[in-house]
Design a protein around this ligand. Structure first.
Ligand code: HAH
Length: 361
């Protein structure tokens, strides 16, 4: 069968253009997203190198924080042992410095996008000592390099398992090599490398009761052991039906009860609920309805973020606009999603207006 993805993509552009073209406003009439939130918390975006080459002005207008979408991950930065490829990450950090934006570092330890040499010792798996030595070498090079640009790091990403019968992900190469020790070690090393950096544990599924409690226990144990952890990153890859407002509030309160900061680190709201594996919706009525529900969901969750401004120290959306988003390939490969605040042409969606129109303090 022929691949229909390009046709569906064009149809998506056409339909959303029809729906929102009429509401388009000129540049000056569009408020800056981050300025609308200046009394609350910084507003960030997950940015790709490509975005930086092509959409600098848009980024500067709407965001006062950035996170590198991929460019600071282990495989990007240290593709070969002792071989560092800094240029993309360096340009991003320079951009943040130049425009006096905050920058979040993402991410030092993750079970994906790592280089294959990291866990190998010739033909054998690398020993625990060797893996922890390589972790130390990596952190001691990367963290000091971006010390004056990056104010907080996602030190460990997604260590907790999704399975009800497992605590930490045992199939992670980090776990296989070191057991659970890599987590505390990474935080200690990052703290030594930059004592001023705020150090975060970052994960998805943070509002789901079972995973929330595991993350809580992990953080409680780390804090009890004196490990320098300062915050929880709630990735917030959500959708138009979940989480509920009460699940969201419960999670924020639960993490805050440990005395930790909370940041929303990778926000997007899919048009599809987690188990909806259909192709792109082509019925204009249905699409319109879903975009309306999405706008309401954005409105309601930002109202919660504002309410918890004492605890929430940053909100980052995972991408600039619907033209390019990781959700186009996740969880359904090639299915166009429209999960962000700006449309395919970088124009505000209804969701954007719901987020910026509120009674301020
Ligand atoms: C996030 N994982 C990662 O933190 C980020 O680095 C990446 O660019 C995109 C999403 C979310 C995730 C996943 O990778 C696999 C399954 C569920 C969620």
């Amino acid at each position: 069968m022929k691949n229909k993805a390009p046709v569906l993509f064009l149809l998506a552009i056409f339909i959303t253009g029809m729906l929102f073209g009429a509401a388009a406003k000129s540049g000056e009439e569009i408020p800056s997203l981050y300025q609308a939130y200046k009394e609350y918390f910084p507003i960030g975006a997950g940015v790709e190198y490509w975005d930086l080459l092509n959409h600098r002005e848009f980024i500067v207008k709407h965001f006062n924080s950035i996170t590198a979408g991929n460019e600071m991950k282990f495989a990007s930065i240290q593709p070969g042992e002792g071989v560092f490829a800094f240029f993309r990450a360096d340009e991003m950090a320079d951009f943040a410095r130049k425009h006096k934006m905050l920058m979040r570092g993402h991410t030092l330890v993750w079970h994906q996008q790592y280089p294959s040499w990291l866990f190998a010792d010739g033909a054998k798996p690398a020993s625990k000592e060797l893996v922890l030595k390589r972790l130390a070498d990596h952190i001691n090079v990367v963290v000091p390099r971006y010390k004056d640009a990056v104010y907080c790091w996602d030190v460990v990403n997604e260590a907790v398992s999704d399975s009800m019968s497992e605590f930490l992900r045992k199939d992670s190469p980090w776990y296989k090599a070191t057991g659970e020790d890599y987590i505390a070690e990474a935080f200690r090393l990052a703290h030594q490398a930059d004592p001023d950096a705020k150090l975060f544990y970052n994960d998805y599924g943070t509002t789901r009761a079972d995973k929330r409690e595991k993350i809580y226990v992990l953080l409680e144990d780390l804090l009890a052991a004196g490990v320098p952890v300062h915050g929880v990153g709630m990735q917030a890859h959500w959708d138009i039906v979940s989480p509920s407002i009460s699940q969201l509030e419960t999670a924020i309160r639960r993490y805050a009860s440990l005395g930790l900061e909370v940041q929303i680190t990778e926000l997007d709201i899919s048009l599809y609920s987690g188990n909806d594996k259909r192709r792109f919706i082509t019925d204009p009525e249905e699409l319109k309805e879903r975009l309306e529900i999405q706008a309401e969901q954005y409105r309601d969750i930002f109202a919660v973020f504002r309410e918890y401004r004492d605890v929430i120290t940053g909100v980052t959306v995972w991408g600039l606009c619907d033209a390019r988003t990781w959700k186009d390939n996740h969880p359904v490969r090639g299915r166009k999603d429209l999960p962000l605040l700006f449309d395919l042409d970088y124009r505000p969606k209804e969701a954007f207006w719901e987020v910026v129109d509120f009674e301020s303090l």
